[in-house]
Design a protein around this ligand. Structure first.
Ligand SMILES: CSC[C@H]1O[C@H](OP(=O)(O)O)[C@H](O)[C@@H]1O
Length: 349
């Protein structure tokens, strides 16, 4: 099933807010609709929002109508700003939009038709690049999974969150396909339930055994079920290996460390931000309080009560066993192995 696809000058997005009960698509004919879909989590997941934003930038070129008051370049700059402003934490958004802007600036033949064609090609190239490297990354990760393993993952890091295969969930999918006997524990992941609604849906669809748990059962499963490894995704990994991921990841990392359980981060190089040295510099998205006060649109607490709703937290690099990217398994000292993975051939920033 396609999560994001382009057809006839429109971008189609699988509406993830309707899953698992409805499989419906949002058809975006304007870049502003793509921005709204990213902010409202109709499309979500660091790599997926980068891919969607790339198409959104290309869509802006199709939206543009010659206007002496607003040249195309300024219109595209406006689209880039609006798309970038949707969600501040996942660096993939900035990574994809920078590549789209570079694609535009490198166009020699500046007819509107050619610009539209080149930008659409650039967005498709980003989509295909991410999809290809996710499968490679999954194989690196699957090599770390024992023949029999209890795995704890978090949030949703599958096809829905990426360009098609997944990051941490892609490793689980690859290990299952290799015949390994794995049991996956899936925390619901409050407040918007990416685990219960999306990861459970993906694993069920793939025929991969899993057990749904509530977020307050993490300690229990370490103690009573025994966890062999933890696999999580990331929204931004910085130069020293600190990383931002769905709220609750930090607590999971502390528990894994306490139980001497390997803790792996799985993410493509488009999630790595070498411009930041430490995790405390990562901007953390604070979302609508109604996401916490309500469940399925029903108030579950006191009306208009005070709420804290950070969408992400930061895990320090010393709790990370390794970072798995398309370049391989990056082991501590992470600052050194992350930089080396960029210095080697071809990892594009
Ligand atoms: C494969 S990265 C997915 C990453 O994105 C999720 O956040 P959100 O659902 O808010 O976009 C979560 O942090 C996942 O680890």
């Amino acid at each position: 099933m396609e999560v994001v696809y382009w057809e006839g000058q429109r971008l189609f997005l699988l509406d993830q807010t309707k899953l698992p009960h409805q499989t419906t698509y949002v058809a975006c004919s304007r870049y502003q609709e793509v921005a709204e879909a990213i902010y409202s989590l109709k499309v979500r997941g660091a790599p997926a929002i980068g891919v969607a934003a790339a198409y959104g930038y290309a869509l802006a070129a199709f939206n543009y109508r010659a206007d002496p008051g607003l040249p195309l370049e300024q219109f595209l700059d406006q689209a880039e700003r609006e798309l970038l402003a949707t969600r501040p934490t996942a660096v993939n958004l900035r990574w994809a939009l920078e590549r789209m802007r570079d694609a535009y600036l490198n166009i020699q033949e500046k007819s509107l038709d050619n610009i539209r064609s080149v930008l659409l090609e650039a967005a498709l190239a980003i989509h295909n690049r991410e999809r290809k490297l996710e499968e490679k990354m999954a194989d690196f990760g699957a090599s770390l999974v024992p023949p029999e393993a209890n795995i704890l993952t978090y949030c949703n890091t599958g096809a829905l969150a990426t360009a098609g295969w997944g990051t941490a969930l892609g490793v689980i999918r690859a290990a299952h396909n290799q015949g390994k006997s794995i049991k996956t524990f899936v925390p619901e992941t409050r407040p918007v339930l990416q685990g219960a609604r999306l990861t459970a849906w993906e694993l069920h669809d793939a025929g991969i055994p899993f057990t749904l748990i509530t977020d307050n059962m993490l300690g229990y499963v370490f103690l009573h079920e025994g966890i062999d490894l933890v696999l999580v995704g990331a929204d931004r990994i910085v130069a020293n290996g600190d990383f931002a991921n769905k709220i609750g990841t930090y607590g999971l990392a502390v528990l894994a460390n306490y139980h001497n359980c390997p803790f792996y981060v799985v993410a493509p190089s488009s999630t790595i931000d070498l411009d930041l040295e430490e995790g405390k510099e990562i901007p953390i998205e604070m979302r609508d309080p109604r996401e916490v006060r309500e469940l399925g649109g029903q108030l579950v607490s006191v009306k208009n009560c005070a709420v804290l709703n950070p969408a992400f937290d930061v895990t320090p690099h010393h709790l990370v066993t390794a970072v798995i990217t398309e370049k391989g398994v990056l082991k501590p000292p992470l600052e050194k192995s992350i930089r080396r993975s960029f210095d080697e051939e071809g990892v594009q920033r």
